[in-house]
Write a protein of this length. Structure first.
Length: 173
C-alpha cells in the first residue's frame, strides 16, 4: 500500500467560506474525507495535515523521508515565497505533486511563479478539489511504474528494460 502525506498550507482551513468564487464552497473537512475514501478504494493510505506555519510544514516534510512513499502539497501562499519548503521537499527526495485549487496562471502575476514546482514531479492546478484527486492518481501511477521504492524527483521512474540493458552490453563489447 502506498503511504501518501497530504499537506495543506496556510488559509486552506478556511475553504468553504474563503473567496468562494475562486476556491469553491467545499469545506476542507469534506475534501479530506472524500480524498481518504478515494485513496482507500485505490489501495493507498493518506495522512493529511494543514498548517499556517512555514516552519511546521518544513519540519513535517523533513520527517517524511522513509515514512511516506509520496507527498501531495498545496503550499498555498508559500508556493510563491518559501525557499524553506522547497529545500525540505528536495531533501526529502519523495515524489511530490504540487496542487492548487485555482488556476495560478489565470490570476495575478505574482502567483505565476512557484518556487516549489521545480523540485516536484509535476504541478496540477485549476481543477478545484479535483486537483488533489489528480495528484493522488499521479502518485499512484508513478508508484505502479516503480514499486521498488526508488521514486525520486530527479530519477527516471522505470528501470531500463532487459532488452535495453542487453543492447547496451552489446554496444560496450
Ligand atoms: C492556492 C493558490 C495560491 O496562490 C494562494 O495563495 C492560496 C491557494 C490554490 O490552491 O489555488 O492560498 O494555493
Amino acid at each position: 500500500m502506498m503511504k501518501i502525506l497530504v499537506i495543506h498550507g496556510p488559509n486552506l482551513q478556511l475553504l468553504g467560506s474563503r473567496q468562494p468564487t475562486v476556491y469553491g464552497t467545499v469545506p476542507l473537512a469534506r475534501i479530506n474525507q472524500e480524498l481518504k475514501q478515494m485513496a482507500h478504494a485505490r489501495g493507498a493510505i493518506l495522512t493529511i495535515m494543514q498548517s499556517n506555519h512555514e516552519g511546521e510544514i518544513a519540519s513535517v516534510i523533513g520527517a517524511a523521508r522513509g515514512r511516506y512513499d509520496g507527498l501531495i502539497i498545496n503550499p498555498a501562499a508559500y508556493t510563491h515565497t518559501s525557499v524553506a519548503i522547497r529545500d525540505a521537499i528536495e531533501a526529502a527526495g519523495l515524489p511530490t505533486v504540487e496542487v492548487h485549487l485555482s488556476n495560478l496562471y489565470a490570476r495575478e502575476p505574482f502567483r505565476h511563479q512557484s518556487l516549489i514546482a521545480p523540485v516536484c514531479r509535476g504541478q496540477i492546478c485549476g481543477f478545484g478539489p479535483i486537483s488533489y484527486r489528480l495528484g493522488i492518481d499521479a502518485l499512484l501511477a508513478l508508484w505502479a511504474a516503480a514499486p521498488q521504492g526508488s521514486l525520486h524527483p530527479s530519477m527516471p521512474t522505470r528501470k531500463p528494460s532487459s532488452a535495453a540493458r542487453a543492447s547496451k552490453r552489446r554496444k560496450r563489447r
